[in-house]
Design a protein around this ligand. Sequence first.
Ligand code: ZN
Length: 331
Amino acid sequence: MVFNLIHEKWIWVNRQDGKREKIAPWEITDKLDSNPVISLAAPRPDFNGSLIQFLIGLVQTTMSPKNEREWRKHFINPPTTDDLQETFDNVSNAFNLDGENERFMQDYDSFEGVENRVDLLLMEMPGEKTIKDNTDHFIKRDTVSQMCFSCCATALFNLQLNAPTGGQGHRTSLRGGGPLTTLVLGNNLWQTIWLNVISEDNFERLGNIDKNAISDIYPWMGPTRTSEKKGMDTTPMDVNPKQMYWGMPRRISIDFYDLKEGFCDVCGCETDRLVSRYVTKNHGINYEGGWCHVLSPYRETKDSIISLHPRPGGITYRHWLGLIQNDPENG
Ligand SMILES: [Zn+2]
């Protein structure tokens, strides 16, 4: 059976009564009146940061409100789980993690590449050189050698979303390496998602909305726009601007043939489907030219806009004014 990210229960959440459970994406409005889903509850905080962007992206790309009025209508009367299931089902073929057809966030074409241990999907893990030099003093090799499908899907999305510089031709995320994401928070998970969704008319000025093929939004649904010397850059005029939610700078193919049985090294669950390897290749999609991600703050310079990145050490008190106040005169 193919693991489908619309149909499977793979997202860890907390309900109001404190219960932690796994849900499918269309269950985000389940029991809104009695015991709503309040927040994400993945085994790692960076996974929560990616999963909320997965859900915002999914809702934005499948049920964009036409205008502010429709936005308000859904905020006051959220869609039922049946509505959401029907809506998300229209794109479920783009959300197979494994199987013979197109696979979520993985390259459309089969390719020869470098084989990596699955822990390299996690950005803090020591790379090949660190291990060769035996300098993995603080974050040790082999602490994560196998992952369940839920953790693997999240780690894969997390890497594509935040991709740091990773050697020659390994492209960074659409907002550069390790971008800053700012969200408006609601009282429950549905509100937090919907408060960050914008109305459809905004996308006209963000790129070419006439690019309507499924691969213009979900890039793994078609051949990768590779970026070797003879390759090309990808701007918001070349594809649909909603690809900003589904950027895929890295060419990755997860090995689903050699699965193991046992415990997931990230969440600890027991399963007979554990992933331990993937193959990757450089010169994936190179995002250039005027991308303006809806969930990131930008700084204006004379001739371009630059997305903000958090500094090592995090965001401190002295940053708060710049983060909350728009100052057009100083960019
Ligand atoms: Zn897991």
